[in-house]
Design a protein. Sequence first.
Length: 437
Amino acid sequence: MRRLRAAAAFATVTALAATASGCGGGSATGGGGNDSPKSLTYWASNQGPNIEADKKLLTAELKKFEQQSGIEVKLEVVPWSDLLNRILAATTSGQGPDVLNIGNTWSASLQATGALLPWDRAAFDAIGGRARFADSAVAAAGAPGKDPAAVPLYSLSYALYYNKKMFADAGIAKPPATWDELVADGKRLSKDGTWGLGAEGANLANNIHQVFVLGKQHGADFFDAAGRPTFTSDGAVAAVKQYVDFMAKDRIVAPGNAEYAQNQSLRDFSTGRTAMVLWQAAASTFAAQGMKPEDWGVAPVPVPAGTPDSARNINSMVAGINISVFKNTRNRDGALKFVKFMTSDEEQRILNKTYGSIPPVKAAQQDPAFGAPDTSVLKDTLLKSAAPLPQVPEESQFETAVGTAVKGLWADAAAGRAVTTESVKAALAKAQQQMPK
């Protein structure tokens, strides 16, 4: 789902922890009060095709909550381009909503402000318990070793989409399971104006998502155990080079993809210009662009050949949206009831069906709607082989700095300039220098 990749739009976050003192309220049991028990404000992220579509869908669902609880919910759907700045302004002023959506990659950064209610055992028990949620989704809700700053609401993972006819015409019987197979297949498919693989070289968040997974497969995390950046480690350098080499060396990505940042690779896939694309949930986009379900197939993202280490078989980042409560809410009890409603089995089925995402609530995943071929792959990946992006306060700066470095390397490849181990390491060293000390 496009909105789940919205981290590409946010600005660099600086000195987040310093804003903690600006957050009002708080109590020894986690914060907030109940001065306004009959109303809530909710900032929802824009998940659908437009804000009005979200308002229509959510208003209908929120009426159910209002009827059940007697609490009026004042809804505002916030576009992704504004959401992080709005949240940061609220953490500084202490004047925010009661409940809000956040991109899951922001969890640790916003957690560092101290503005969000910690989801300790008591808070989770109030919504049915932490065990209801997929472990990988909870892992993307805050820094390791701390109570999460949010609860998973919508989840997604990456998959490999492939054009069945193009594969058949090239004599390829099945989708690639390893990167070696993907490159070999891509070379057979890259001819006569068509290309093997699509990419979004100017999309910073997508760059991060891809190189993070490749980094895990090369044994790199981009940060050490103390949260210090390790962008120039051998594994990180190898991951970035492997990704850019799909264009620079393997010649299976069209040079023009270096400038793509607005889902143009999905357009190319839908029109038969490329045979494969790595994406989160593309079925609705393909349908909107004229493809029929039988035209394309879906498979797990490839992994390295012959790697028994399960950590190196990670093939997706944990993508998704989390729901949080402001620590200084004036209706703490109502906010918990609202989160319980939004993460109930029934609402999880309804909302995630509509948006094409996967419920992070395990019971809701059993609905047949999430058993279609594409969603089955996404669901299995989420449960078995996805890992959260680094849950460190500087995560947003990481996306900006390294994402931009990879964008520059794509530009080099498109222009025919050599992309070497040394040039990759130099670009990542520059990115590391831009990180907070």
